[in-house]
Design a protein around this ligand. Structure first.
Ligand code: FMN
Length: 330
């Protein structure tokens, strides 16, 4: 079975790659991921705040504003709580690249883009094959418009794209007024891939201690459906490649994502839960399903359920919405 695909211009033997996670912080796990057949490896993010904190520490004795700036960063983990510091991160790229043959995608996670775009260059110099930008930002300012936020996301992507020659992917949140328009603008800005979607972790309230309790809950397959919807809407409408991130746990999940238009699927929760060997299991499930359904190649299936030929995807979605509400009988 030919499962080959092209993601960010990288030729991959199949679409199953790892998503950004701490799995790559340990070299023994990276080795096991490659042995289990990962088509590519995405690194844990380097966070904008780590870079800013390091700069604040470096310049604190010269800069009169450094103290208040460092105070603003005090909500964030201490530098030693991050898995890898900025320099260690670059070293980790070099180590992973020396160890594996599959493409290695570095990840930068931030919200302003100022001061950390240079790191994209350093990641490229360290050997990364591509970079994924995660602009994780929750809009809380009532005076800031959606357009201003989207302009910032596009500006960050464009400035990184300008700084490096390697492919650039951007991992989006689903919470934009028009995901389609933002993806289109990013495509126009030259971004090579769009990753759908970032996962938001909803903090809980501890009613006893009156504290905010951040909780990390792994995904399940139900999260895939929102990705499938947007893959199907964007597939064929933008030049950039598409990756599904969120809710891929089985071979059938991966098949659905590919049918909707994914060029790659990123796995995290299932690997954290079951270990690297899960990659091979999902790969084999995909092959069995495709053989049973007489597919000859992944490309034959890719985008077959996209909404590209649908004359009005918005009307189609609304029709599904109204139909589903009528299915519940009391
Ligand atoms: C423990 C953990 C750490 C993660 N770290 C990052 C990260 O550093 N950068 C990032 O963009 N996404 C990060 N993610 C999000 C994943 O890359 C992925 O988008 C999300 O888990 C959805 O995929 P899944 O359903 O396969 O878990 C992390 C997820 C988990 C569970």
């Amino acid at each position: 079975m030919d499962l080959s695909t092209t993601y960010l211009g990288l030729d991959l033997p199949h679409p199953l790659m790892t998503g950004a996670s701490p799995l790559v912080d340990r070299l023994d796990l990276v080795r096991r991921l490659e042995d289990a057949g990962a088509a590519a490896i995405t690194m844990h993010s380097l966070f904008e705040e780590q870079i800013l904190l390091e700069r604040a520490a470096r310049y604190s004795q010269y800069d009169e504003h450094a103290e208040s700036f460092a105070e603003a960063l005090s909500f964030f983990p201490n530098p030693d709580e991050y898995h890898l510091g900025p320099d260690e991160y670059l070293e980790q790229i070099r180590r992973i690249k020396a160890m594996v043959d599959v493409p290695v995608i570095a990840s930068l996670n931030g919200q302003t883009g100022s001061g950390w775009v240079d790191y994209a260059k350093l990641m490229q110099q360290a050997g990364a094959d591509a970079i994924e930008l995660n602009v994780y930002f929750l809009a809380t300012d009532p005076l800031e418009t959606g357009t201003a936020i989207e302009d910032r996301v596009v500006a960050i992507a464009a400035s990184v794209k300008q700084a490096v020659s390697m492919p650039v992917a951007i991992k989006l949140s689903p919470f934009f007024s028009s995901v389609a328009n933002l993806a289109y603008r990013l495509d126009q800005a030259g971004v090579d891939g769009v990753v759908l979607f970032n996962r938001f972790y909803q903090p809980d309230i501890d009613v006893e201690s009156l504290d905010v309790a951040p909780r990390l809950q792994l995904s399940d397959s139900s999260e895939l459906l929102m990705r499938v919807r947007w893959l199907a809407i964007l597939s064929g409408r933008i030049r950039a490649s598409l990756a599904a991130s969120g809710g891929v746990h089985t071979g059938l999940d991966a098949v659905k994502a590919v049918m909707a238009g994914a060029h790659a699927t990123q796995l995290v929760s299932t690997l954290l839960h079951h270990g690297p060997a899960q990659l091979k299991k999902i790969h084999d499930e995909m092959i069995h399903w495709m053989e049973d359904h007489e597919y000859e190649s992944l490309r034959q299936m890719q985008g077959s359920m996209s909404l590209l030929r649908c004359p009005d995807p918005a009307a189609f979605e609304r029709a599904n919405y109204t139909r589903i509400l009528q299915t519940w009988r009391v």
